[in-house]
Design a protein around this ligand. Structure first.
Ligand SMILES: [Zn+2]
Length: 450
């Protein structure tokens, strides 16, 4: 399989690696099974942690005859990574190669506890960068593009993704996280055609540009925006409004610091995110029972690496609630598609017994053009009952009554989610604008910010 050979670009082929990307579902499964068997043997033979955890679960790589046999193996989670790293510093005993083979580490910015390091061999790193190039190609990047990488470089897994753009042949601008005025200056000076940032920052940056008198369509050349790090990029209403603001096309990406910078991304069809199936095996499980859910249903995403030799990740519980489809995509790629991250197991709100995610609310907020698109959820316990308040902002120049706006919103929320909420309409620019990951849920039941 000729993975990673840069194609002749004169006639602009549709795929980075056509043979791999358009193979049948059956070929995908055969490929994944072969990779899984080899990877499990590698983990068992070379990682002290996996040898003992597989033995304790009476699971052995030789028992794996089908992809379902992955279910014989025990789960790991973020805590496993942290605990094993503390027990065997500095990288933990999930590592399955000698340190001399490790050439790169990223560290996750985990909101609680010790950051965990994710090590790569040179082969792992090259695989990753090739995958990034493939993903960028599928989102329409070509060697003629000027790509401005606006993600953090400091220990962050998103940083080196810029090398995927370089491998593809695009001119790559390593901007990193700089103040908005400086970033706008860079975009303007070099007439960058693509940028990558978070959805809330794309929005903030666009609004900042407008306030500074920059015409996003005329003064800048940004035609594609890649976003990641928040659910917004997969919510059509949010994407549409960023697209309207910039006059650019928005593509959602999904990454996980403990595996890859991006593990999935949107093709030109923007109908879900094609998954890196030759690198990472996906299970979608009921978070309570650990049993698989039917295709298309929501469940917790559990991931197993298939190639990453430095630190194999076997059955890593991500805490992300997702759904997947294997239906054919009009782009011709056959890899399964993630239909967005609906939320985190731990930021799923249960209001009077009904499950609701911030992303459910976001899709309603962003559809109403009398609203700015900013919102905040406040959950309180009043007289032993959960009370959800949704704070929304009206746009400048809205002439109707706040009551109508609130009533309309609360009806829509009820019909979409089944949850009854108090709705507070605020003047424009009241809610804090997020410059990185937006914090839009305040759960006063515990006094903890999500
Ligand atoms: Zn597609």
């Amino acid at each position: 399989m000729a993975v990673g050979i840069k194609r002749v670009v004169d006639n602009d082929p549709a795929y980075w690696d056509a043979a791999l990307e358009t193979q049948s579902r059956r070929d995908w499964d055969d490929l994944k099974l072969a990779l899984l068997q080899k990877h499990l043997r590698h983990a068992y033979a070379n990682s002290p942690f996996y040898r003992s955890s597989f033995d304790a679960a009476r699971a052995h790589p030789d028992q794996v005859k089908s992809l379902d046999d992955i279910r014989r193996f025990p789960f790991i989670n973020k805590r496993t990574l942290r605990d094993r790293q503390l027990a065997v510093p500095p990288f933990g005993d999930l590592v399955a190669v000698p340190e001399r083979d490790i050439v790169y580490i990223s560290a996750s910015s985990g909101s609680t506890g010790v950051p965990t390091a994710s090590p790569f061999t040179q082969g792992d790193f090259d695989d990753w960068i090739d995958y990034e190039a493939r993903q960028f190609w599928s989102s329409g990047m070509r060697p003629t593009d000027r790509y401005c990488h606006s993600l953090n470089f400091s220990l962050f897994i998103g940083g080196p993704c810029v090398l995927g753009a370089q491998k593809l042949g695009a001119l790559s601008i390593h901007a990193g996280t700089v103040p908005s005025e400086r970033l706008l200056q860079i975009l303007r000076q070099f007439q960058a055609s693509i940028i990558w940032t978070t959805p809330s920052y794309a929005w903030y940056l666009g609004e900042t540009a407008q306030k500074e008198g920059i015409d996003l369509r005329k003064d800048l050349a940004v035609r594609r925006i890649f976003v990641a790090g928040e659910p917004g990029g997969s919510i059509a209403e949010t994407r549409n409004r960023i697209e309207d603001l910039w006059g650019a096309s928005v593509y959602d990406y999904y990454g996980l610091s403990d595996i890859f910078g991006s593990c999935a991304g949107m093709c030109e069809e923007k109908n879900g995110l094609h998954w890196a199936e030759d690198h990472i095996l996906v299970e979608v499980l009921n978070p309570e029972t650990g049993e698989p859910v039917a295709e298309g249903e929501r469940g917790e995403m559990v991931l197993t690496t298939l190639k990453k030799t430095a630190r194999p990740m076997i059955r890593f519980r991500t805490g992300d609630i997702v759904s997947f489809t294997s239906e054919p995509c009009a782009c011709g790629r056959t890899a399964i598609r993630m239909e967005g991250v609906h939320g985190r197991v731990d930021d799923m709100l249960i209001i009077k017994g009904v499950n609701i995610f911030p992303s459910d609310v976001e899709s309603i907020v962003r559809r109403d053009h009398d609203l700015t698109g900013e919102y905040k959820l406040v959950v309180e316990r009043i007289n032993h009952l959960d009370q959800l308040t949704v704070e929304i902002e009206k746009i400048v120049g809205y002439n109707g009554s706040d009551e109508d706006l609130a009533q309309h919103f609360s009806k829509r929320l009820k019909s979409v989610t089944g949850v009854t909420a108090k709705v507070t309409v605020l003047p424009p620019d009241t809610l804090p604008r997020a410059t990185h990951k937006a914090k839009r849920v305040e759960d006063r039941r515990t006094g903890v910010w999500n």
